[in-house]
Design a binder for this molecule. Sequence first.
Ligand code: NDP
Length: 487
Amino acid sequence: MTIKRYQSFIGGQYLANQSNKYFNVVNPATNKIIYQVEVADTLIKQKALESARSGFEQWSLMSGIERGRLLLRAVELLRERNDELAQIEVLDTGKPWSEASVVDVASGADAIEFFAGIAPSIEGNQQSLGGDFYYTRREPLGVCAGIGAWNYPLQIACWKAGPAIAAGNSMIFKPSEETPLGALKLAEIFIDAGLPPGVFNVVQGDGEVGAWLSQAPEIAKVSFTGEVGTGRKVMASAAKSLKEVTMELGGKSPLIVFDDADLDNAVSAAMLGNFYTQGEICTNGTRVFVHDDIYDDFVARLLRRIETNIVVGDPMLPETNFGALISKDHQMKVLSCIENGVSEGAKLLCGGKAMSPRTAPDGYFVEPTVFANCGDSMSVVRDEIFGPVMCLLKFSNEEEVVKRANSTDYGLAAGVFTQDITRAHRVIHQMQAGICWINSYGLSPVEMPVGGYKQSGLGRENGIETIKYYTQIKSVYVGMEPLDSPF
Ligand code: NDP
């Protein structure tokens, strides 16, 4: 059987490389190669820059309403093609169809729709200075780069392309080499919707291609989603040409459950915040702080729900709600983090091993895992694992838990469960985190800006706020009187 081979998407079409280098993409639930992708070589990179530049020149001259109208057509196409695109995401990532078919494409389409609506109202202001006056223009930055992680490939591409393009920029996007197809489909959809060629380009490859994008002096901004360590490298390279950066990085977020919480709701949050997308979500509440007085009850309900409600298996089966991890390497990394937890003295309440479900025996599964007796300094509590590993920590008072929750270099997200309205806000206001939930967890509607404090990131995605990160202000002073000059 011949394996389909994809290429980079430049100037509105697929473009072959000259190097003949390619990589294989594996379905993590079957361990089988599903397609191949050509690596962007020197020719592709040069064409990508030329194409994005000419796309920018055409696109940035169009009015906001024209840009918005074309983007809305793309939104319609995304929604019409929901099932085909969701299936691509399932096969590339190993996540369950039950999630991808209702979340991944829909949340990507929402972002483009939201920013399409904002495109016509991007404006400057003007102010009188007596006789003279000045006005401002909010102008696009130029060619922007997007670099994506593998957990929500299409959604990440849409979250970056939506605001960038709505504001009049063009984009060169590099998906993770583990999940490269969704971004190509988005590029096709933009062309089908009538966007000019070159507005959205996709270059394929690994970190080398990402590193090239980060340093390319022709690129005005890089928006990166990935690990903190990679983010540091991207930012250092971007500094060489003083590029703008947006960094959406990792986390080790606290979820705090007080003794007056609605316990079933709090258990739902802990499960969503650790096992949705088999734990591969940046905002996950992996440090679950539970008040002493309700700890035993919380644990009993949690373990019962894990036992009865988690269905592991072939991600394409409608009943599966817990899929395979992205790769063999990642499965090994998660298992080794679990081993470290055991050797540091954390107590395994459930899970901890690789799995071979009957419907997907060759996939890279890891059991939903819960550790109790965790100490704040253990590696399982400090380091991002990015897998289905929950750490339970007991606490006895508010001041103590706030301090412990903030005792991390990360600052992506935080959640609190309590019925006490003043305590809820008081605690959340003290959290050093950019995305916070009260009596909820994990929801991220496009209207709400998201991004990290501390080492979890810089800048924001989603929300009106994001337009600021894809535009620059030009101030224009207008002299109405002869200049008063001493010369
Ligand atoms: P990585 O940092 O490994 O990779 C992210 C992207 O960067 C990939 O496209 C990767 O390419 C590319 N890359 C690798 N090296 C370089 C380099 N030197 N210069 C430029 N680009 C490079 O992250 P993962 O893909 O493993 O994603 C998981 C991480 O992403 C977790 O830490 C998670 O928390 C974070 N994340 C954050 C989110 C947020 O919004 N805050 C959302 C989702 C994930 P390739 O993969 O092809 O090697």
